[in-house]
Design a protein around this ligand. Structure first.
Ligand code: PLP
Length: 368
């Protein structure tokens, strides 16, 4: 069996994972201790504080679920939705579609408000759908990684709360790369992943629930259908009782702790500006190369740039050569954009001038 050291290094500029800084990799390699060791429990408290900071929330129920971003999606949905509940999902890409599918599997009555790929969700259409069905839960993706589009969240909670619903937001790609304001926006539940703008390996999913969402959880008529993701059980491990539920992925939590420390040292405003500056540098190069974005102007994500592959170019072949000849990974299109677009991620540690110049230089050479 060849050693892991035989795996080549890559510059990860796709839709995730993002480049992981050496400090985070070093934390991951720290010797494993027990998941009920007081030293480890203290580290968990610090992770929770760090997550509250990036989510901009004071929510008591803030934790890191074991699993990738989809585990956070599943956690939020299975805990807040019961069979027969009305769930409204905004769908303008793969991840909105996934949210709707997860909700359907709980036995909820799911309706969607759709927008074409590359466009943001329409606020009036969402408002009309909320008024029509008074959903128990409204779920929207903040940063739709499959299309490079940002959906507006501010102002949505008022519409949802007026009908006594809960607002769920997917912050997998947005968290720590652009402003996410859980409390100020009135979001009731949000989840993220470690391998996007937090620049940690994949494996944990930060989740936060507002007091209103916790009250809904406490009032459930039925048991949470997933044992592993049951927050009524997990809150005893992350809370004061420290009751064993499942073994925490110790070393992943070391890594997340270090990633959150890096975020604090940089400061969120500076981090958001760095992502924005990298995006603007790439957008200028895209323009200069005569290429165009497939995502709507005014709603483009800084950390995920979805660009139309030039006509007559085999986009998959170029991606393959970027990887083989330049050691750079970028993403291909999904769904409506399959075979038609590239997705260049400038996430976390990857959102730098050097990354942009490296990928643009390589693309320029391959397209010449
Ligand atoms: C990546 C991503 C997910 C899923 O996360 P995984 O870590 O792949 O499970 C969910 N939503 C969005 C918006 C994402 O970008």
């Amino acid at each position: 069996m060849p050693p892991v050291s035989a795996i080549p290094s890559r510059l990860c500029l796709g839709p995730g994972p993002s480049p992981v800084p050496p400090r985070v990799l070093a934390a991951l390699a720290h010797p494993t201790i027990g998941h009920l060791d007081p030293a480890f429990l203290a580290l968990m408290d610090e992770v929770r504080d760090g997550l509250r900071h990036v989510f901009a929330t004071t929510n008591a129920m803030t934790l890191a679920m074991s699993g990738t971003g989809s585990a956070g999606m599943e956690t939020v949905i299975v805990n807040l939705v019961e069979p027969g509940d009305r769930v409204l999902v905004g769908v303008n890409g793969v991840f909105g579609g996934r949210l709707a599918e997860v909700a359907r599997r709980t036995g909820a009555e799911v309706t969607t408000v759709d927008a074409p790929w590359g466009r943001a969700l329409d606020r009036d259409a969402l408002a009309a759908a909320i008024a029509r069905s008074s959903p128990h839960v409204v779920a929207v993706v903040h940063a739709e990684t499959s299309t490079g589009v940002a959906n507006d969240i501010a102002g949505l909670a008022d519409l949802v709360h007026a009908r006594d619903g809960l607002l769920v937001v997917d912050c997998v790609t947005s968290l720590a790369g652009m402003p996410v304001e859980i409390d100020a926006w009135g979001v009731d539940a949000a989840y993220s992943g470690t391998q996007k703008c937090l620049s940690c390996p994949p494996g944990l999913s930060p989740v936060t629930l507002s007091p209103r969402a916790v009250a809904r959880l406490d009032r459930r008529r039925t048991k949470v259908p997933s044992w592993y993701f049951d927050l009524t059980l997990l809150k005893s491990y992350w809370g004061q009782e420290r009751a064993y539920h499942h073994t925490a992925p110790i070393n992943m939590l070391y890594a997340l702790h270090e990633a959150l420390a890096i975020v604090r040292e940089e400061g969120l405003p500076a981090r958001f500006l760095r992502h924005r500056a990298a995006h603007e540098r790439l957008a200028a190069a895209v323009d200069e190369l005569g290429m165009t974005f497939v995502s709507e102007a005014g709603h483009r994500l800084p950390m995920l740039n979805a660009i139309a592959a030039p006509a007559g170019v085999d986009e998959a072949a170029i991606r393959r050569r970027l990887l083989d000849e330049h050691g750079i990974e970028i993403g291909g299109g999904l769904g409506d954009f399959k075979g038609k677009a590239w997705r260049i991620g400038l996430m976390g540690h990857g959102a730098t001038t050097e990354s942009v110049d490296t990928v643009v230089g390589a693309l320029r050479a391959l397209l010449a």
